[in-house]
Design a protein around this ligand. Sequence first.
Ligand SMILES: [Fe+2]
Ligand SMILES: [Fe+2]
Length: 274
Amino acid sequence: MIIKTLSENTSLSDSLGSEHGLSLHIETKRHRILFDTGASDLFAENAKKMGVDLSLVDLAVISHGHYDHGGGLKAFLKANSKARIYLRRQAFDPHYVKRDGDVKSYIGLDKTLAENERMVFCEDCFVIDQGLTLFSGVRGRAFIPTGNKILLVNQGDGFVLDQFAHEQNLIIEEDGKTLLLAGCAHAGIVNILYHFKENKGSLPNIVIGGFHLYNWNDKEKEETKIIQHIGKSLLDTKAKFYTCHCTGLEPYNILKTVMGKNIEYISTGSVLNL
Ligand SMILES: [Fe+2]
Ligand SMILES: [Fe+2]
């Protein structure tokens, strides 16, 4: 399996742009998968430079309804004429962030795309194909990201705190290996792993994604002690972690001191052969 980071907050090279967002291209034996599109069409520009032909992607997954994961959807629909896009129905709900002075800014997806016939709305547990499953409905409350407190949904008659019913995670099983992919892990990466274990009876071998330990909006990271506790919990799973995006570089460095070789950072341009 080959996983290429098409866009992320940092880049390995000057010729590949970076942005606050996430987009991965995953080549398995049976599929070419796009996991999130980043915030803009940057993922498509980088794909060309990295030798990824987006027209050959046969399925796309949007992890949740925030612009930094689905902002490039229109560009993907233009570049690819066949792939279905798997996401939660609630991904198109109007999501907002509360900024200083109670100003609310829209951070959701382009709502006009909800009617597109290639969208597939997924239930709590959704099997795409053999060895390819999506799950949501994570209910644990351990180490919920502090940054969630300013993330809202507009219900028409007012704003309520986002409960992240629109977030889903992808499981890939191939050659005896199990991968878990999370977009932002708003439900908390420890809870997502716990939910995974409860449902599958074992833990994944490899975990890839953002863990939301840095809040991009108010530029604050999670407390060091909390990050260390999370690192210890992740280390206990014995999985290998590749993280990026909303984990943030400073929190990553704290995780690295706790987890050592069990965690690595992936940037735009990274290629993993797993
Ligand atoms: Fe994100
Ligand atoms: Fe998010």
